[in-house]
Design a protein around this ligand. Structure first.
Ligand code: ZN
Length: 297
């Protein structure tokens, strides 16, 4: 008798849980992230407790993105839309306003100390791991507020993820700290690594500004090439989201070798070396370190 009663109570509790919790996929929180790097951070926090869609996918340029009807549909059906902010997604306000729906829009960079490049706010704040921690804290707070039943899980996921980011940052600070002062110059296609440069005392130069839309004038490019010839610095990199043509030209004219490819504004496609924010950082830091050591300046 007693066993049966326990069974009945157990079954009742289970059905109550099923009733209160997400009964089908459509009851799960619908979350949209504006670009691939942010999408990965959100997934690290949600695990499989929410459905996460990303607007600008791997290897794509979020500066120049043009939203389509599928993006509008995703935003219209979303509970939360995460954006980077700091002027990165020039298209996101129009997309969100035109899509309709009642999603909360969360700016992941809330609380980040922005840096300026030529007087403009640099939006690439994720390129400092210390800022990545702030993104994750903002994501976890927003998820916990929107889905209180899973708040503890989001917070636990965020805490272990943040521990990983902090460990990666501490290791990188150690390694870059050992580089000589004169051997810290890196050239990339567009100015996407100001926050990384500040994190580890590196010097990044780029023929294009913080926005991929701009093109360098012939005189700006000539000045950069002359500077590189004169100083004999450093490590040259192509990027996954921009054409390699400019960097190839600089390599040809300076004799500096291209040290590989950096992932600045987007993750790599599946099977690539940067399919997550952590993998992207490990790849970029490793490639920069190797190239700087090889350039021997
Ligand atoms: Zn960029």
């Amino acid at each position: 008798m007693e066993i049966n009663l326990k069974r009945i109570i157990g079954a009742l509790a289970l059905s109550l849980l099923a009733f209160a919790g997400p009964a089908s996929a459509s009851d799960r929180l619908q979350v949209v992230a504006s670009f691939s790097i942010l999408g990965d951070m959100v997934r690290q926090v949600t695990g499989d407790l929410a459905d996460v869609a990303t607007i600008v996918g791997p290897d794509a340029d979020a500066h120049l993105y043009q939203p389509n009807t599928a993006d509008a549909k995703a935003v219209a059906g979303a509970d939360i839309v995460f954006v980077n902010g700091l002027g990165f997604e020039t298209w996101s306000d129009a997309l969100i306003n035109n899509a309709g729906g009642d999603a909360s829009v969360i700016v992941a960079t809330g609380g980040v100390e922005p840096i300026l490049v030529d007087g403009e706010i640099d939006p690439h704040a994720w390129n400092a791991l210390t800022n990545g921690v702030i993104y994750v804290e903002n994501i976890a707070a927003a998820m916990a507020a929107a889905d209180a039943g899973n708040a503890d899980a989001y917070k636990a996921n965020a805490a272990s993820y943040i521990a990983k980011l902090r460990a990666l940052h501490a290791g990188a600070a150690d390694r870059f700290g050992s580089l000589p002062e004169g051997g810290r110059t890196v050239v990339t296609a567009h100015d996407a690594f100001g926050y990384l440069a500040d994190s580890y005392g590196l010097n990044f130069l780029a023929p294009v500004g913080i926005d991929t839309e701009a093109e360098p004038s012939a005189s700006e490019l000539a000045a950069l090439i002359a500077h590189l010839k004169e100083t004999g610095a450093g490590a040259l990199f192509v990027e996954n989201i921009t054409s390699p043509a400019l960097i190839e030209q600089i390599s040809k004219e300076t004799g500096l070798k291209i040290g590989g490819r950096l992932f600045s504004d987007a993750l790599s496609e599946r099977g690539g070396p940067a399919t997550s924010y952590v993998a992207m950082f490990e790849h970029n830091l490793g490639a920069i370190m190797t190239a700087l050591q090889d350039s021997g300046n």
